[in-house]
Design a binder for this molecule. Structure first.
Ligand code: PRX
Length: 654
């Protein structure tokens, strides 16, 4: 892959500036090394001290790590706390009037919410949930636009011990239904509609479709937030407006004191099978990871204005919007819109307007903004910025350099943060006052995160070789299991082939001569499209569910802006279509996938053949499909192919 080659040749290095280093939370390599050393010497003492220092406990823990039922690790297991208390109540003494959330609306207007106000909104809504009989351990689906109320809903669940499962607002009715069913959720919180980029999306209609025909019997109530004055169909027995629910609720709500290991949330993500898995996180370990990474990686300071552009439907929005910044009592932006509306200066205008200090976004957004206006940032005053972050996919050095020079004036360190839904918080990322940065590398692990790169047998590879990225010791913010599927948790993340005790991340990586980690890509059938994680099997299942389709295989191909694009090779039940017919059916299948999963999964390129390239034993040769998708000549040996003639057909995009 071209991107990987350019990454391999990268040799620019940027040391932390003296100015940045002088105020940094972790200043200089000696300080970074000392933290790593402490973790090496006394792993439990290291984590135990941090958990005591950062978290406010109702009942302190006495045991740090319990490995007796590995890989089902427990952290701080006899401690009690409430994460909402940690994010709200504990700030009221000195930060009640500090802005917690700057709600930057789609239309460009904004609204500030103080810690006191946020606390009251969370308490009221928590009381509302309680009035519907929601309590500890109940599952609540949140299918909301990017409004502060989505954060309120998450915090309110956490306050009463309910388990939230946020479903990204761009997902389809089918995706909502699958998640409701898997989690056996009792409540859905949604909105009449969302507003993004000047367009609205009918969230409530989608929920109605997900729940139709009695498909989701576990659902008792649907709470509907009125984002606009748009009227929607109401089922009087089931649906209730958010504002009616909270109308008479008290603005105080005693938090439910939870065990450290109780489940905070389940967030579904794609893996190598057709069915998304519910990544299950517990409370205390997750909170610690969120807080620690804000302090170390984002160098968080009390006066910062933090802006993470993610949606709360993804893990980044959970950790770096709904929980982490609030746990620190930070001021942050909740952005409802899209980077390109009303124009490609939207982010930069937001930075100028709110004097943002810390800006965290995805490479795909950066690449699209470069395309739409490489010099646009120069038209804004971005001098408030002091730190930039990147997440979700490898950032190509060209995009990195633009981000660094044009957005960051060559003064702001870039923290390229490698992590996953499963790890809960940043794992490999520079501590910006200590670690020198290189464009395209996520650099070094956080202290206490024991990263290694291994071969198929679980043995460490030599420095110059690539291999599987693993984490050798359990850490607090690691997922606890896959919701309802302990076996899948074990076999996916702690496979026996590697000895059963290494956390297998699912990425390949290599290290350079300084020990810096360079992520090369996924080792499984997971695609990364615009920073969104999509399983090829998921898209294949959606395609074959269409009555026209007999068989489908999906692969990725490199894409300038999205990182990867989805290519689907499709075999119809009838004859292979040609000309206008092929175009029409391809369009129909794209819309079908958008409807089955969501627009983000829609194939960019569909190709029809009489068959897929298979070996004589019937195995699909995906390697060949990847070559075809890229439009490259096939140089591999095709003599084991049952049907080499289909390769010509599958070269053609519709
Ligand atoms: O392949 C890695 C890529 O995104 C995957 C995790 O996706 P998800 O669970 O959706 O979480 C994304 C946000 C944390 C990883 O397995 N990835 C994430 N961050 C980076 C990355 N690849 C390269 N560099 C990164 N900084």
């Amino acid at each position: 892959m071209a991107a990987i080659e350019s990454v391999l040749k990268e040799n620019r290095v940027f040391e932390p500036s003296e100015a940045f280093q002088s105020t940094a939370n972790v200043s200089g390599m000696a300080a970074y090394n000392a933290l790593c050393e402490k973790a090496n010497q006394d792993y439990e003492g290291f984590w135990g001290d941090l958990a005591q220092e950062m978290i406010t406990w109702k009942k302190p823990f006495t045991q740090v790590l319990d490995e007796s039922n590995a890989p089902f690790y427990k952290w701080f297991a006899d401690g009690d706390l409430n994460i909402s208390y940690n994010c709200l109540d504990r700030h009221l003494a000195d930060k009640a009037n500090k802005t917690a959330i700057i709600y930057e609306k789609d239309d460009g207007s904004s609204e500030n919410i103080t810690y006191q106000q946020l606390y009251e909104r969370v308490c009221q809504f928590a009381n509302g949930l309680k009035s519907l009989g929601v309590g500890k351990g109940d599952r609540v689906i949140i299918y909301m636009p990017m409004v502060p109320d989505a954060v309120v809903a998450m915090q309110a669940c956490a306050r009463i011990g309910a388990i939230h499962s946020v479903v990204f607002g761009g997902f389809s009715a089918g995706a909502v239904k699958d998640r409701v069913q898997d989690a056996a959720a009792k409540i859905i919180i949604t909105a009449n509609e969302s507003v993004r980029g000047g367009k609205s999306a009918p969230l409530k209609v989608t929920v109605d479709e997900a729940l139709k025909d009695g498909d989701c019997p576990s659902i008792e109530k649907v709470i509907v937030f009125a984002r606009t004055d748009k009227e929607v169909a109401f089922d009087a027995a089931r649906d209730i407006w958010w504002h009616d629910l909270i109308a008479n609720q008290a603005s105080e709500c005693e938090p439910e004191w939870m065990n450290a290991e109780d489940t905070l949330f389940v967030l579904y993500t794609s893996g190598s099978t057709g069915k998304p898995k519910g990544v299950q996180h517990s409370i205390a370990g997750y909170l610690l990871g969120a807080m620690l990474s804000l302090k170390w990686v984002f160098d968080h300071k009390p006066d910062d204005v933090f802006w993470c552009t993610a949606d709360v439907g993804w893990i980044t929005g959970h950790t770096y919007i709904a929980y982490g910044p609030l746990a620190w009592g930070a001021t942050q932006i909740v952005f409802e819109g899209v980077p390109t509306y009303p124009n490609a200066g939207r982010f930069w205008e937001g930075v100028e307007k709110h004097k943002v200090t810390t800006f965290y976004t995805a490479p795909t957004a950066i690449r699209s903004l470069i395309k739409l206006g490489a010099d646009l940032p120069n038209q804004y005053d971005l001098s408030s910025l002091r730190l930039l972050g990147s997440v979700g996919e490898p950032i190509n050095p060209e995009a990195w350099m633009w981000y660094y020079e044009t957005v960051g004036r060559s003064e702001c360190p870039i923290v390229d943060t490698w992590w996953q839904t499963e790890t809960g918080s940043n794992m490999i990322a520079p501590l910006p006052g200590a670690v020198a940065i290189k464009p395209g590398s996520c650099t070094l692990p956080l202290p206490g995160i024991m990263v290694d790169i291994v071969d198929e047998s679980g043995a460490s590879v030599d420095q110059s070789n690539g291999g599987f990225l693993v984490i050798k010791r359990p850490f607090p913010s690691l997922l606890r299991t896959v919701w309802g599927d302990d076996e899948r948790f074990k076999s996916t993340y702690f496979p026996e082939e590697l000895g059963g005790n290494l956390y297998l991340a699912g990425d390949s990586a290599h290290r350079d001569e300084n020990g810096y980690v360079w992520i090369m890509g996924r080792i499984d059938d997971v695609l990364n499209v615009s920073g969104h994680r999509l399983g090829t099997m998921e898209i294949e299942s959606a395609l074959v569910a269409n009555p026209l389709v007999a068989e489908a295989a999906v692969v990725g191909k490199p894409h300038d802006v999205k990182g990867e694009a989805v290519v689907a090779f499709v075999i119809l039940k009838g004859d292979r279509p040609e000309g206008e017919d092929a175009k029409r059916i391809a369009q129909e299948l794209k819309s079908w996938v958008a409807h089955e999963i969501g627009k983000i999964a829609q194939p960019d390129d569909i190709r029809f053949g009489d068959n897929l390239p298979k070996t004589r034993s019937g195995k699909i040769m995906r390697r060949l499909l990847r070559t075809l998708a890229k439009g490259e000549e096939i140089t591999a040996d095709t003599s084991t192919l049952e049907n080499p003639q289909v390769l010509e057909q599958l070269k053609q995009s519709v």
